[in-house]
Design a protein around this ligand. Structure first.
Ligand code: C5P
Length: 224
């Protein structure tokens, strides 16, 4: 890293693998900024519904993506000034987000906006294509994996803790459908960057993954 570049750490992987928790943890450890790129796609899905845009309206969705009125304030997501944090966190919005995310024009329209998050003292970027497309020169690239079944179990546990009743069969199916779209789209499919460090989290709890990721940042000289 030369002294003029802002260090970026990317965390990619499929839905429900725990990227968000690891990203939050590393953000606290480093004091860097955080980009939750999935929240941008979720906000676009929310905006599409609000503006009654069809999911095959490529021109309309790209136009909305170009000037998406989304803002991040601490842990809240604002859409045109309205706090939509819980509204965009639903499985339904996630499903629509993964459908708008397959459109190359939409991804292109959101690229600059994501790159702009790279500011001093550094950035932790969480998503699907952070290391492969948005920040190809990132200092450290992590790619988390776990089977769809393990991810669905974790999601159900998380929803139960929030008092939400969840059906494991349905959640597993939703996760597999999203995986299918994320893996097989032509624009920025979900895949590790060539220089990514792959962490299989199937047999690790969240603390163990946090420790592993933190150790890597010490080894790379990012934490001192
Ligand atoms: O990460 P999260 O589940 O919030 O993302 C919602 C959807 O947005 C994902 O299923 C994926 O299809 C899409 N996405 C993406 N590229 C990113 C982040 C999210 O395609 N960098």
């Amino acid at each position: 890293m030369n002294s003029f570049t802002t260090p970026v750490i990317t965390i990619d992987g499929p839905s429900g693998v725990g990227k968000g928790t690891i990203a939050q943890y590393l953000t606290c450890k480093t004091g860097y900024h955080l980009l939750d790129s999935g929240a941008i796609y979720r906000a676009l899905a929310f905006g599409a519904a609000k503006n009654q845009l069809a999911l095959d309206d490529i021109a309309g969705l790209s136009k909305l993506a170009e000037s998406l009125p989304v803002e991040f304030k601490a842990t809240s997501i604002l859409y045109a000034g309205e706090d939509v944090t819980s509204k965009v966190r639903t499985e339904e919005v996630a499903g629509v987000a993964s459908q708008v995310a397959v459109i190359p024009e939409v991804r292109a329209a959101l690229l600059q906006r994501q790159k702009a998050f790279s500011q001093a003292p550094g950035l932790i970027a969480d998503g699907r294509d952070m290391g492969s497309v948005v920040f190809p020169n990132a200092e450290v690239k992590l790619f988390l994996t776990a089977s769809a079944e393990v991810r669905a179990e974790r999601r159900v546990k998380q929803l139960k803790n929030q008092g939400v009743d969840a059906n494991i069969t349905q959640i597993t199916q939703d996760i597999k459908e999203r995986d299918e779209r994320d893996l097989n789209r032509s624009a920025s499919p979900l895949k590790p960057a060539e220089d990514a460090i792959i962490i299989d989290t199937s047999d690790l709890d969240v603390n163990q993954v946090c420790q592993k990721a933190e150790r890597l940042l010490w080894d790379k000289g990012i934490l001192k």
